[in-house]
Design a protein around this ligand. Structure first.
Ligand SMILES: [Zn+2]
Ligand SMILES: [Zn+2]
Length: 510
């Protein structure tokens, strides 16, 4: 945890207050708790907290951040790991090398010699629990004072601990950092992530290869989330998994363009770019009809694949499409500043904003060949099979299915291999409906979002294949998948049915 500063050079002290002053820290903890801290496939909060930019760091702080990036390169740590380390150091020390005067009254017997850290090079002095260095690692359990007070060595120790955390590659940054640091405030690192991504982009050079190349392992999930090969472009540096998908898949689909990722946006700190949650696809010949058409092709393609890419909104040609408001479609866009130049109105580039890590997650297919229609962790069961009060009218109705509540646009996947027997708007209350037949079983996937259905009648699908997206069409009071199983034409309890085939969706409310 950040230290109370007892002494430091005056110029440095001002920065320390900005970074680790108690009121800001409390604010950070509160903001952080609003962010999604769940497993892969959940959405980040997306809010912009108290951002600090790479350009704000002093030369000393920048040197320590560079040591963290360089140690990551030496150890061939993927970009995601370097982001975790930078976020941890940002939160713990504000990239200042702390000595510890041992006067906190909180030392274990074996930590008695910690004040000797004052004789080693340092930028600031703290007093907390024998913690020293840029990661506030506790002496002597993390290492010797010489090791912990050397930024490069302490970074190597951080990475060595990080790679032992199972699944760290696909955890939200704040969760992975917490797993290494054992902080009492697990969300505290969330607001350090945008700065960490900016630093990765600015400090790791333009090669886009080697250790700073984000490995596919940093992408969550398979099947449901789109996977496209690395581009080798420097613009990949610092991107969140969703943004990386957008860059890679747009390039695979539409070929070479100039792509902009994190970049430096000191003029627009509220942009999604510093947090690694946006990609710009520059359209070279935007002023010609064919250039404009190409831009629209890319913009519409990212919207059509929003679920698999984790897209939040897309802007092109002075129009914006917000995925959570799909019903509105493309609507006129004006820049917040009122500027009308081609860049501000996005006439010369397609801007794609993403959630960060929303496209990941995939369920296993059971030995019997069945799987969950929505990725585990991505839904809440809101209504089970049986009689219930009529949600859209008076009286009691018999609910013939199982309701998976999930955000609009969440991918729906076929629960089994089979043939599509219906796909489109239904005449009943199902709204946009897909029916898939597997032997004598038919599964109904109801209430899908407009334009969300991805299959046509007659098509063969495999278990786990995306067939549509969650919506609230038909007789529905909110975004959810109505999942209905009929065996030889008669409905049956989907929970019992799925369990019989080795898949457990959990329990709906009683
Ligand atoms: Zn942009
Ligand atoms: Zn239902």
């Amino acid at each position: 945890m950040p230290k109370v500063v007892l002494s430091a050079a005056a110029a440095v002290a001002a920065l320390v207050v900005v970074f680790v002053g108690v009121p800001l820290f409390v604010l950070v903890a509160l903001l952080g708790s609003a962010s999604g801290a769940g497993a892969c496939g959940q959405q980040f909060g997306g809010g912009s907290g108290p951002l600090v930019h790479a350009a704000d760091l002093s030369p000393v702080q920048t040197a320590h951040a560079s040591a963290i990036v360089a140690a990551g390169a030496t150890q061939q740590i993927p970009t995601q790991g370097v982001v975790v380390a930078l976020a941890a150091a940002s939160q713990e020390s504000g990239f200042l090398n702390y000595a510890n005067d041992g006067l906190g009254g909180d030392l274990a017997a074996s930590q008695a010699g910690v004040s000797r850290s004052l004789q080693l090079p340092h930028d600031a002095v703290g007093t907390d629990h024998g913690s020293v260095g840029i990661f506030q690692q506790q002496y002597p359990w993390w290492g010797t004072l010489e090791e912990l007070m050397d930024p490069a060595t302490s970074a190597r120790k951080f990475y060595a601990a990080l790679v032992k955390v199972p699944g760290w590659e696909t955890m939200p940054v704040t969760v992975a950092a917490q797993a290494v640091q054992h902080s009492a405030f697990p969300d505290a690192y969330a607001d350090d992530e945008p700065l960490a991504r900016e630093l990765v982009a600015s400090l790791s050079g333009g090669s886009g290869t080697g250790a700073t190349d984000t490995g596919v392992s940093a992408l969550c999930g398979t099947g449901l989330a789109m996977e496209c090969p690395p581009t080798g472009l420097a613009a990949e540096n610092g991107l969140t998994p969703d943004a990386l998908r957008v860059l890679r898949c747009v390039q695979q689909q539409f070929g070479d363009h100039t792509y902009l990722g994190v970049g430096t946006r000191s003029d627009n700190p509220s942009s999604d770019h510093p947090g690694g949650r946006a990609v710009d696809v520059m359209i070279a010949s935007w002023e010609t009809p064919s250039g404009n058409a190409e831009g629209w092709q890319i913009a519409r393609w990212t919207v059509a694949n929003a679920a698999g890419l984790g897209v939040k909104y897309v802007i092109f040609d002075a129009q914006i499409y917000t995925v959570s408001d799909a019903a509105a479609g493309w609507v006129p866009y004006s820049h917040p500043s009122g500027a009308t130049d081609p860049t501000s109105l996005h006439r010369n580039h397609v801007h794609v904003s993403v959630y960060g890590n929303a496209a990941g997650g995939s369920a296993a297919v059971s030995a019997a060949g069945w799987t969950l229609p929505i990725a585990p962790g991505g839904y809440i069961l809101t209504s089970g099979y049986g009689p219930r009060p009529n949600p859209t009218g008076p009286g009691t109705t018999f609910h013939a299915g199982l309701d998976f509540a999930a955000p609009a646009g969440t991918p729906i996947r076929s629960a089994a291999t089979g043939q599509v027997t219906f796909a489109g708007p239904s005449s009943g209350g199902y709204g946009n409906l897909v029916i898939i037949r597997t032997g004598d079983v038919e599964v109904y996937y109801g209430h899908q979002i407009d334009s969300g259905i991805r299959v046509v009648a007659g098509q063969q699908v495999v278990a786990g294949q995306q067939i549509g997206a969650v919506g609230s069409t038909g007789d529905s009071t909110g975004n959810h998948l109505h999942f209905e199983v009929r065996v030889n034409g008669a409905s049956t309890d989907p929970v019992a049915f799925l369990r019989q085939y080795g898949v457990d969706p959990g329990n709906p409310p009683a």
